[in-house]
Design a protein around this ligand. Sequence first.
Ligand SMILES: [Zn+2]
Length: 87
Amino acid sequence: MRGGPGFGRGFQEATMTRNNAPQAPTNSYATDGKCHNAEPGTYGHECGKPAAWIGTDYKGFSSGFCDDCKRHGYEARDVIAWRRADT
Ligand SMILES: [Zn+2]
């Protein structure tokens, strides 16, 4: 999340630290249209397929997932809320 234009960054971090509820994704993992699921043992290699879903975990962190990774992905197990990415 670092390195982009500063606009909105402080606001995003402030809301994420005091609110555990799922919220509209605003970070690049949720908005770049790619699946960011990474399996254990892959050294953080992300799937990279087009994201069909946005998953939000209990910490309020949102990330893109493809259909396969939504069903079987390691990181998808932590997701507590799903919404379609094609909005
Ligand atoms: Zn995937």
